[in-house]
Ligand binder design. Structure first.
Ligand SMILES: C[S@@+](CC[C@H](N)C(=O)[O-])C[C@H]1O[C@@H](n2cnc3c(N)ncnc32)[C@H](O)[C@@H]1O
Length: 242
């Protein structure tokens, strides 16, 4: 059963805790990439929409944007913005329509801590896509030898890996307004190859993979990836990647 670790305090401080996510250049590149997949305006569904960091500026580009979000505290930030949110688990929640794009940002696929749930998320994305539509995932490449992922005067982030269960626990320590705050969350880390297999199970095929939203080439040195799988126009489920 999926659970969210994004409670009231995290929701209220989201932009303070992860200021790098609100870099206008990053937001611009992310929105530009996603909007480019639905030229002329279309519809998009964000899994784990959070406070609308990307959903709101994407809507400003003329797309109709919906979200699914497990945390009522995060979803509350979208009240009155025009982004309609279904509070529920994006692996299983259902909307009675399809979209041009379904997307999942910032490692949120790893918030599902079993392989079954991650596969269900791909199947749920496919079920919410129109034929020809795209599922986009932004995720990190697991760094098993480099456990420190954030180190600033305000923020220390360390990931602890359990190689047997493929679970990473992210431990954060922040100094906010002179006070120390801690937060930890479990993640099922996953490599692109396993995500490709999940996409195949869901009947999607890999269309593009990049290192970032600027379409930098994906290489052995990449720390992150932005992957796009497309739903074929035909009804066949197992579509080999070309
Ligand atoms: C890292 S935040 C990202 C929020 C937003 N997508 C962004 O890019 O700013 C992850 C969000 O996904 C939500 N989430 C995690 N697991 C979920 C699930 N199974 N179903 C729906 N939302 C989920 C969390 O509550 C949180 O709001």
């Amino acid at each position: 059963m999926a659970e969210t670790h994004f409670g009231e305090w995290i929701a209220a401080h989201y932009a303070t805790l992860w200021p790098e996510l609100f870099d206008p250049a990053l937001i611009g590149a992310t929105v530009g990439f996603l909007a480019g997949l639905a030229p002329g305006g279309g519809s998009a569904l964000e899994f784990g929409v959070g406070t609308g960091r990307i959903a709101i500026p994407l809507q400003d580009q003329g797309l109709e944007v919906y979200g699914m979000e497990l945390s009522p505290a995060m979803a509350a930030h979208l009240d009155g913005t025009g982004v309609e949110v279904l509070v529920g688990d994006y692996a299983t929640a259902h909307m009675t329509r399809t979209f041009d794009i379904v997307y999942l940002l910032r490692n949120t696929i790893t918030n599902l801590v079993t392989q079954d749930e991650q596969v269900r998320a791909f199947e749920n994305a496919a079920a919410h896509l129109r034929p020809g539509g795209c599922f986009v995932v932004e995720n990190y490449i697991p760094r098993l030898r480099d456990r420190v992922f954030a180190e600033t005067p305000e923020h220390l982030g360390v990931e602890e890996y359990d190689l047997a269960t493929q679970i990473a626990v992210s431990r954060h320590r922040w100094i906010i307004d002179g006070e120390q705050r801690e937060f930890s969350s479990p993640h099922r880390y996953v490599w692109p190859a396993e995500l490709d297999l999940m996409a195949r199970i869901a009947g999607l095929r890999l269309r593009e993979r990049w290192s970032d939203w600027h379409r930098a080439p994906f290489t052995a040195a990449s720390t992150d990836h932005v992957s796009v799988w497309a739903k074929p126009f035909s009804h066949s489920r197992a579509v080999p990647n070309s």
